[in-house]
Design a protein around this ligand. Structure first.
Ligand SMILES: Cc1cc2nc3c(=O)[nH]c(=O)nc-3n(C[C@H](O)[C@H](O)[C@H](O)COP(=O)(O)O)c2cc1C
Ligand SMILES: Nc1ncnc2c1ncn2[C@@H]1O[C@H](COP(=O)(O)OP(=O)(O)O)[C@@H](O)[C@H]1O
Length: 313
């Protein structure tokens, strides 16, 4: 799969010369709703024997439209999004820089200056996708902006099995913020992940029988709420089971920065500096300030029993 970065106005040298099917959206999380859009686009592409491209953006469009308090945290960084899109059979990803100029394009300009320059034969997106002014740049009106030059396929609202609520990145971000990783996993259709490298901590874990890999996570990624979780952990292409704490080591009271610490079961190796993936499987509890180390260790022993049972299923 190829990834091409574009800036508006687009450089024609950088776009594919041949016709293609294009799915468009920001696709943060590449959740089950997004997967339905991409799969539908894939069907259209296969049927017509055309390549499947995705048009997405380098940053959350809200950053340009409004002032977001603090830094925006993503369900998927571009790297992870591209990986998930590749798994869905996408051939080419266009990553447009989202800027004020791009955001201010009139829908007809968006169609003429971007979509047509990409030689689109079919454009596929979700029912509520907009490519400009929310009142005007709707999927319903995309057909008239297309003026017969390409087909438009709109994919219906994809809902949860339990409720009729739309599966949305916003809902999943809220679930992650509340530590409801099982709910997030259900909506995503895969286990939520965090990526980072292993760094040094206070070297205390080994003294209490629970050495922990401290994960310095990618700053753009959205982290589950403070608490304790059963996890899977990948290092050097191998998956291990373990339990993770997101928090401040409140019992010791000397850690003022949030950390991710992972104790791995049946593991004994030095992995400082390694690139790792934490896969959040289930939330066990919140962070507790214990009266002392003994109480903390007793709880960790119980957490290990609980996590092993969860992960065995
Ligand atoms: C699964 C797990 C759960 C934890 N739960 C708590 C907790 O509830 N309260 C707390 O103060 N520390 C908790 N910790 C953090 C330990 O205090 C920490 O691992 C210990 O301080 C050693 O870390 P260090 O070697 O980086 O200093 C937890 C750690 C793990 C791995
Ligand atoms: N079972 C294990 N789980 C996690 N880390 C382990 C394990 N066994 C060995 N290690 C290693 O020990 C380190 C953690 O030791 P620890 O005493 O908690 O020190 P620190 O938190 O300062 O790194 C990890 O980064 C890893 O390299």
């Amino acid at each position: 799969m190829q990834v091409v970065h574009l800036h508006y106005p687009i450089n024609l040298q950088r776009v594919a010369k041949n016709p293609l099917v294009l799915a468009m959206g920001f696709f943060d999380g590449v959740h089950r709703g997004h997967q339905a859009v991409i799969q539908r686009a894939k069907q259209e592409a296969d049927y017509r024997k055309l390549p499947l491209a995705v048009l997405t953006y380098d940053k959350f469009p809200g950053i340009v439209y409004q002032s977001i308090p603090g830094r925006f945290h993503y369900l998927t960084t571009l790297e992870r999004k591209v990986e998930l899109l590749e798994q869905l059979g996408v051939d080419l990803v266009y990553v447009m820089d989202f800027t004020s100029h791009l955001g201010a394009l009139r829908p007809q300009e968006f169609v003429d200056d971007i979509l047509l320059k990409m030689h689109v034969k079919v454009v596929v997106a979700g029912f509520d996708h907009t490519y400009g002014d929310h009142q005007v740049a709707t999927m319903e009106r995309l057909t008239s902006f297309a003026q017969g030059r390409f087909e438009v396929v709109t994919v219906d609202k994809f809902t949860d099995d339990q409720s009729s609520e739309k599966i949305s990145s916003t809902r999943i971000r809220q679930a992650i913020d509340e530590g409801l990783v099982e709910q997030a996993n259900e909506l995503l259709g895969y286990h939520y992940q965090t990526h980072g490298i292993v760094v040094h901590g206070f070297a205390r874990g080994r003294t209490i029988g629970f050495p922990t890999a401290n994960v310095q996570w990618n700053i753009d990624e959205r982290l589950p709420a403070v608490g304790v979780y059963a996890v899977r952990f990948r290092v050097n292409q191998v998956w291990y089971q373990g339990m993770a704490s997101v928090g401040y080591n409140v019992t010791f009271g000397d850690n003022h920065e949030k950390t991710i610490e992972v104790f791995l079961f049946d593991f004994n190796d030095q992995i400082y500096g390694e690139q790792v993936t934490v896969e959040w499987v289930q939330r066990l509890r919140g962070e507790i300030k214990f009266a002392g180390v003994e109480e903390l260790v007793a709880q960790l022993q119980q957490d290990e029993v609980d996590s092993r049972e969860i992960l065995a299923n």
